[in-house]
Design a protein around this ligand. Structure first.
Ligand code: ZN
Ligand code: ZN
Length: 419
């Protein structure tokens, strides 16, 4: 029989690579803790309508990338393509607006989109994200952006560029879109096929076009930042002032409108130099009207972001930021049947005191030491009949070959301080 493989666009994450994933997630959780964000876990599938209403009918995600299926009772369900709509649904469903203060929620986990597989893109991919719901204050925007940068800083990533824009609000954006639609009437016939279509269906998305020939045309189109209403202009300038206060540098990117319909006001993206053209590691923005769009009776303005964890891990690998321990501290090499049992007792004690320990399961000493070497352990401990009788074990530092004799108590002492 032919062995069964993974589905196209999905992959297994194996050790030692998973250690880097764990490290990224641990760093993110720690930064979230410091900013008083708490974890939310929502289901991996939801009613399809949540995403058509929440993400937007006209978006690529909804029109061609969702994994949608009919349940046995006829309900249309969809594997979540992103998490913001789910978080807002939970916010409304559990009346989180009744809880005191802002709701600062983070999530991590898999999302599903049927994209064309390419480097760094998977149909099951992972996101780390956060949402701060309950305030439209520009100070929150600055804090969220600062927090994201803090996660990247804690991962020792540099060579980052923060792109910043404001996409306005229901007051000023429709006027701008109309202006854009009119401007596009004259030039769209000279543009690529998707721009010609979007000029009519969703003019904002024309700004996302990457076709080189279209760029000079796009550069002469009206810019949304020039058409913000006074409230949006004030909001944006406070966000900028707060980032300046914190010495956070950014580039104003007037074309950064992002793919999803729900964004309002602040949008941002962080690029990393190591990935060439497709180098965005995360994006986010404000979505003040989303909750109402999903049926909330009370306004619940919010801002959030999501980090593409697959890409982030790839960037860390390319930048050589992979110093994560995957080897045990100690490999115990027991020689003989009686020694295997003694080794088991020693290992349990050492593990309890915090050391990472591997125990060889029989065989000759040479073979065991060879295995110790391959395991990457810094030390090997030799346990034979002689060592058991004398109560003194030989600890060998693998790299130098230096050996010391230690009693059980000395060993535990040695590896507790190590842990
Ligand atoms: Zn506005
Ligand atoms: Zn185009």
């Amino acid at each position: 029989m032919k062995p069964i493989k993974t589905v196209k666009g999905t992959r297994d994450l194996l050790p030692p690579a998973t250690a880097l994933w764990n490290h990224v997630e641990a760093v993110a959780r720690d930064v979230f803790r410091r900013y008083n964000y708490h974890e939310i876990r929502t289901p991996l599938f939801e009613f399809t309508e949540l995403f058509t209403r929440g993400v937007g009918e006209e978006t690529d995600i909804v029109t061609k990338e969702m994994y949608t299926f009919t349940d046995r009772d006829g309900a249309s369900l969809t594997l979540r393509p992103e998490a913001t709509a789910s978080v807002i649904r939970a916010y409304i469903e559990h009346r989180l607006d009744q809880r005191p203060g802002l709701q600062k929620l983070y999530y991590l986990g898999p999302m599903f989109r049927r994209e064309r597989p390419q480097k760094g893109r998977f149909r099951q991919f992972y996101q780390i994200g956060a949402e701060c719901i309950g305030s439209d204050s520009p100070y929150i925007d600055a804090e969220v952006i600062e927090m994201v940068l803090e996660i990247l800083r804690a991962l020792e990533l540099d060579n980052l560029e923060l792109l910043l824009n404001s996409v306005g609000c229901p007051e000023c954006r429709p006027r701008y879109v109309e202006l854009l639609r009119q401007a596009l009437q004259a030039v769209a016939p000279r543009m690529c096929e998707s721009c010609r279509r979007r000029a009519v269906t969703n003019p904002l998305r024309v700004l996302d076009c990457k076709v080189p020939a279209d760029q000079p045309i796009i550069e002469r189109l009206p810019v949304l930042l020039d058409h913000l209403c006074p409230a949006c202009r004030g909001h944006f300038s406070t966000v900028r002032a707060c980032l300046d206060d914190r010495a956070v540098s950014y580039t104003i990117a007037p074309r950064l409108v992002r793919g999803l319909d729900y964004y309002t006001r602040t949008t941002f993206e962080i690029l990393h130099g190591a990935l060439g053209a497709q180098n965005s590691v995360l994006g986010g923005g404000r979505y003040d009207g989303l909750a109402e769009q999903l049926g909330s009776k009370v306004p619940a303005p919010g801002i959030g972001f999501s980090i593409g964890e697959d890409r982030l891990v790839m960037v860390l690998e390319e930048a050589g930021r992979t110093r994560v321990q995957v080897s045990p501290d100690l490999f115990i090499a027991p020689v003989g049947e009686a020694a295997v049992r003694v080794a088991g007792i020693l290992a349990a004690e050492l593990r309890r005191s915090g050391a990472s320990v591997e125990v060889g399961v029989g065989g000759r000493l040479k073979k065991l030491l060879d295995l110790a070497n391959k395991s990457g352990a810094r030390f090997a401990l030799i346990v034979g009949e002689h060592e058991i009788a004398s109560g003194r074990y030989i600890l060998k530092e693998m790299e130098s070959g230096a050996q010391t004799e230690l009693t059980r108590e000395q060993l535990i002492e040695r590896f507790s301080s190590h842990a």
